[in-house]
Design a binder for this molecule. Structure first.
Ligand code: C2E
Ligand code: CA
Ligand code: CA
Ligand code: CA
Length: 279
């Protein structure tokens, strides 16, 4: 077995199974991708269901690999999380989004908030807040232009530390959204205690909402609970007019999904932005 320069953990060996080999290959490709800044951001708009106005845009990372083309986050995010590389990639994503917002402002667009996904691993990074503030200051952005999406599992790790980070984010003026709501097993009490603004209802509850009365009952309950706690609700994965009508009827506030647009490159999401007429 030979010790690799770039890999702390491993010895190449006959007995090493192919999963482990693939993992290492992938890790090395990802290290190169980080160095060469091969991660790009697609954007998906979301809309107010009552007024039909654009409410915000979610940033969704892609990996532009020279050989394979555009790769979905479902493939590489788990590896980035397992190796801790997500912290570096997350920092790059925050910068890309802030640079994009600055560009839209300079071009005279009336911008809306952009939502950035934060992985639980990244959330526990000691430099997260510093990285965020540096990017916001470099591009001279008002923090009210940025939403952070965190999943329920983020809450479950270190509750006190999570509370502190969220508090600081809120104090700085950022908006907090809970992603994939309903899929974790977190207690509902944190919704009351934690400084959060939006609840994103997981797309698994939206898919069959017009047919499955259980899903409809769950979504109904989530929305009324959220409203009692003064949280806005966002339904993700809306593809059909009928789902949209059902969610409007259930008084969901905001909708996102292929019905309006898939995630698209920055220049394509610009068609949803208006010009700021005061400029
Ligand atoms: P997510 O944050 O729950 O994002 C929603 C996913 O649903 C996205 O997949 C989006 O493209 C997809 N989607 C949107 N509308 C529809 C629809 O109408 N129908 C269906 N079937 N799907 C829809 P995507 O872009 O492949 O991202 C997958 C996951 O990867 C995300 O789930 C998020 O957990 C993670 N991810 C994406 N970007 C980032 C990032 O920048 N940082 C981190 N940490 N995670 C990210
Ligand atoms: Ca999300
Ligand atoms: Ca989600
Ligand atoms: Ca998800």
């Amino acid at each position: 077995a030979r010790r690799s320069e770039t890999n702390k953990y491993m010895f190449y060996g006959e007995h090493m199974n192919s999963d482990a080999k693939n993992f290492l290959l992938m890790e090395n490709k990802l290290l190169k991708a980080i160095k060469n800044e091969e991660f790009i951001v697609f954007y998906q708009p979301y809309f107010n269901l009552r007024t039909h106005e654009l409410e915000g845009i979610e940033a969704l990372v892609r990996w532009e690999d020279k050989e394979s083309g555009i790769i979905s986050p479902g493939i590489f995010i788990p590896i980035l999380e397992e190796t801790g590389l997500i912290k570096e990639v997350g920092r790059q994503i925050i910068k890309i989004v802030c640079r994009q917002l600055r560009q839209w402002l300079d071009q005279g667009y009336e911008v809306v908030p952009v939502a950035i996904n934060l992985s639980p691993v990244q959330f526990r990074s000691s430099t997260l807040l510093k990285d965020i503030m540096e990017a916001v200051e470099e591009y001279e952005l008002n923090p009210n232009l940025i939403v952070f999406e965190i999943t329920e599992s983020t809450f479950m790790q270190d509750i006190a530390a999570t509370y502190e980070v969220l508090r600081e984010m809120k104090n700085a003026g950022f908006t907090i959204s809970i992603d994939d709501f309903g899929t974790g097993y977190s207690s509902l009490s944190y919704l009351k205690k934690f400084p959060v603004d939006h609840l994103k209802i997981d797309l698994s509850f939206i898919r069959d909402i017009t047919k499955d009365t259980d899903d409809k009952a769950i979504v109904n309950a989530i929305i009324s609970m959220a409203h009692h706690l003064n949280l806005k609700t966002i339904a993700e994965g809306i593809e059909e007019e009928e789902q949209l009508r059902e969610l409007f009827y259930l008084q969901c506030d905001i909708g996102q999904g292929y019905y309006w647009s898939r995630p698209v490159p920055a220049h394509k999401v610009e068609s949803f932005l208006k010009y700021d007429l005061r400029n």
